[in-house]
Design a binder for this molecule. Structure first.
Ligand code: PLP
Length: 475
């Protein structure tokens, strides 16, 4: 492609605020098709020149990049991915939205929105009861979603998957049901210093049963000190509770090793996968995790739905934690016999539409390819860290060698809240505060920090945008 036509296409692409999904499979782009593109999508435009020439992606408003470069990795068509997320098309405070608050919640692709709409407009019904057609369709969709979660987590059986509101509810279920029957006076529960409040506060309730909570320390980089963990494990350890990935430090914990070590001492392990499931392939079978919890809204699915994986033999021996309809086999006025797992733990009408939406989200990740998501996020995180170090007075909190795309930082002389407000004016959504991980922040002498967290649709241009805005703040 001649330099002139390339320049023209770049100009045209940049003049459109956000180009439509003008790339049809096998249909090469020309300046005309780009110019006539509908302004409906956050997707960029791919220019496929005649054989032998370089293909380019154009992100209107952002610029162009060779398709063979970071945006054109075979398989991850980042601009097509962005086109799947309608919310990314908008401007916020007059600027293109840059969503870097993925650790708090992720945006939803169109297929999830469609699945929710289809559920309510075509087959809304209560499930597992009612002998009519819509009840059968809804039950099938709900149980299909359970099977999708099973496959996503690598569990052996769909009966090991309990639908819950999210990671918080999953952990509460385990503390109430398993903890309430298996933890006795003097038993020890190990938590790491980097846990989210959702994996701390529910366990504290077991202190009323005489349980003792011990804390696994972390080093200055935000990594678990395995030697100290080893020392804390003992025959009194009943439960070990570990974040797969820290929501404030981004550390990927060595959970396989830690599970092995805990099992060696006869302890059970709960993995809080709220920040692991969105970024890393999970295989609960290979990990030999006893429990694994995650939230749908952090994996591009709806809010109010998530899942708890529990080993079948544990779920079977655990008592129900909530009682009501849908979780019984037989009821008399005096007594009740309970259904088998997972129904035993799903009292009342659950978030049926949410489960269907979660299934659609996990299918989306599967189609996109978790290995491609991981590779993209790894590259983007490395780039972001390198660029952020160019900002004078910026200090990154959490520099573990194994780290996902959660990047927390503080700026000399600027409060995190002020920095986040300034970034918001630039259309950049980040979070400032304690991130529900007060003990972890306290470990670094902090009560608050800024957190930028990247997801599968984020781009290097957006990182540049963030760094540019932070440089303005630093000035
Ligand atoms: N655990 C971790 C590591 C988290 O990051 C979060 C949410 O930010 C949770 C648990 C709680 O998730 P939810 O609020 O979806 O239940």
């Amino acid at each position: 492609m001649g330099n002139d036509s390339l320049q023209m296409i770049i100009r045209l692409a940049n003049e459109m605020y956000r180009g439509g999904p003008v790339r049809a499979e096998g249909e090469p782009m020309t300046p005309d098709t780009i110019q006539n593109a509908p302004l409906v999508s956050g997707a960029g435009v791919r220019y496929d020149p005649p054989a032998g020439d370089t293909a380019y992606y154009f992100m209107p408003g952002y610029g162009a990049a060779p398709a063979a470069g970071p945006y054109g990795r075979p398989g991850l068509d980042l601009y097509a991915v962005r086109g799947d997320f309608p919310i990314l098309r908008q401007r916020v405070n007059g600027k293109p939205l840059v969503w870097l608050d993925n650790a708090a919640t992720t945006q939803k692709p169109q297929c999830v929105l469609d699945a929710l709409e289809r559920y309510y407009s075509e087959y809304n019904s209560n499930i597992h009861r009612g002998a009519h057609t819509l009840a059968r369709i809804a039950t099938r969709a709900y149980e299909d979603a359970r099977e999708t979660v099973r496959s996503f987590l690598g569990a052996g059986s769909a009966e090991e998957i309990v639908f819950v509101r999210g990671a918080t509810e999953a952990i509460n279920l385990v503390t109430e049901s398993y903890g309430g029957t298996h933890i006795a006076k003097g038993d020890e529960i190990l938590l790491t210093m980097m846990e989210h409040h959702s994996n701390i506060v529910p366990w504290q309730k077991l202190k009323s049963r005489g349980a003792v909570i011990k804390v696994v320390p972390i080093n200055d980089r935000g990594e678990i000190i395995l030697a100290d963990y080893e020392k804390l494990l003992s025959p009194r350890t009943r439960m070990v509770c570990i974040a797969h990935v820290s929501n404030v430090l981004g550390t990927i914990n060595p959970i396989k090793t830690m599970i092995e070590m805990a099992h060696h001492h006869g302890a059970r392990v709960l993995i809080d996968g709220a920040q692991g499931a969105p970024h890393l392939g999970v295989d609960v079978g290979a990990l030999d995790a006893d429990f694994y919890a995650f939230s749908g809204h952090k994996v591009y699915g709806p809010t109010g739905i998530g899942a708890l994986y529990g080993k079948r033999e544990l779920l079977e021996e655990m008592p129900p934690w909530q009682r009501g309809g849908g979780m019984i086999r037989e009821v008399s006025m005096e007594d009740a016999a309970f259904a088998s797992p997972p129904q035993k733990f799903e009292a009342g009408t659950g978030h049926i539409a949410g489960a269907v939406g979660l299934g659609a989200a996990l299918d989306y990740i599967h189609r996109t390819g978790m290995n491609r998501v991981e590779a993209h996020e790894r590259e983007l995180t490395a780039y972001a860290i390198e660029q952020l170090y160019q900002v004078p007075g910026l200090h990154i909190i959490g520099t573990a060698s194994e780290k996902t795309s959660v990047i927390s930082f503080v700026l000399d002389g600027v409060s995190p809240e002020r920095a986040a407000r300034y970034l918001d004016q630039e259309g950049i959504a980040v979070r400032a505060g304690h991130h529900c991980a007060m003990p972890a922040l306290r470990r670094y002498g902090l009560s608050s920090c800024v957190r930028a967290s990247l997801g599968l649709y984020n781009t290097m241009d957006e990182v540049d945008w963030l760094v540019h805005a932070l440089l303005n703040i630093a000035r």
